[in-house]
Ligand binder design. Structure first.
Ligand code: AMP
Length: 283
């Protein structure tokens, strides 16, 4: 695996490969490191679908609201490198801040059709514009044919699709299913902040989502959501940040399943001081 730190080196290398073989396809997996099986499922999807797989590890400051959250982010780089090699990654892009945001770069405001202000965006102002700025830079440097995102960060997949649409040579966005622990908790780099017991207990989130989906066969959506909220609130130490049914395209809240072409339930539960994201597609 080639480890590249300079943007110019990466774009030059990929350009020369493409010059030699214009048919070569490049898959890109953006991450913030502290890799787990969820990230590796994206890698595996890219390795299958593309000739060359590029993975980036970059903890992007422009998408963190609080500096403390950014500083707390785990950085086990040696382990990440080993995992990427085992996964068949061809290139690891490991840039410093200046490589992504040179002095000549001005932070952009993308027209995200308000997608960035809804759900997660409502409590994290600027977060999705930050995500789009870093993705824009990566897409510019790498010019990937495909970019792989996990369904776990549902809103991010919708925002990334919008960004790709806005770019002249944007990649095809490929979304892969949520990878879970055996008991059901969605894998996340943040899970290491949970106690062992908390990690086991937090399986109630997926349990609630599965039950909610099943309940929609008997109850209407509002009732099923209400039942799920009651179940979650009854778990000691759990606080619901939100639990919403949304239109999978506009991200607007829906109250009936027949109200949209695609419907998902997205949630954030605060547990042991950690924000745990999860979601389930209903339709
Ligand atoms: P992150 O390093 O948290 O920015 O995540 C990088 C990518 O991995 C994003 O596209 C995430 O949605 C994806 N990802 C994170 N956790 C999971 C998971 N449990 N299953 C599938 N993909 C995931």
């Amino acid at each position: 695996m080639n480890i590249i730190k300079a943007s110019k080196d990466l774009s030059n290398l990929l350009d020369s490969i493409r010059k030699e073989n214009p048919k070569v396809t490049v898959g890109f997996v953006p991450t913030m490191g502290a890799l787990h099986d969820g990230h590796l499922s994206l890698l595996s999807e890219s390795v299958t679908k593309s000739d060359i797989t590029v993975c980036s590890i970059f903890v992007n400051p422009t998408q963190f609201g609080e500096k403390a959250d950014l500083e707390k982010y785990p950085k086990p780089i040696e382990n990440d490198i080993n995992l990427l090699m085992e996964a068949g990654c061809d290139i690891l892009f490991l840039p410093e801040y200046e490589q992504v945001y040179p002095d000549t770069y001005t932070h952009q405001e993308f027209d995200l059709k308000n997608l960035d202000h809804k759900i997660e965006g409502a409590s994290r102002p600027g977060h999705f514009q930050g995500v789009c700025n870093v993705l824009f830079r990566f897409f510019e440097i790498i010019k990937p044919n495909f970019a792989f995102f996990g369904q776990k960060d549902f809103q991010q997949t919708v925002v990334a699709k919008r960004l790709a649409q806005l770019m002249e040579q944007g990649p095809q966005i490929v979304v892969t299913p949520i990878k879970r622990e055996a008991h059901g908790l969605a894998m996340s780099s943040r899970n290491i902040r949970l106690s062992e017991k908390g990690k086991m207990n937090a399986a109630f989130i997926y349990k609630a989502l599965l039950q909610l989906k099943e309940d929609t066969e008997e109850l209407n959506l509002v009732e099923a959501l209400q039942k799920a909220r009651q179940f979650i609130s009854a778990q000691k130490g759990a606080n619901i940040d939100y639990l919403l049914a949304i239109d999978t395209i506009t991200l607007d809240e829906v109250s009936r399943i027949d109200q949209a072409q695609g419907v998902a339930v997205v949630t954030v539960i605060e547990y042991e001081g950690v924000r745990l994201l999860d979601n389930i597609i209903l339709k």
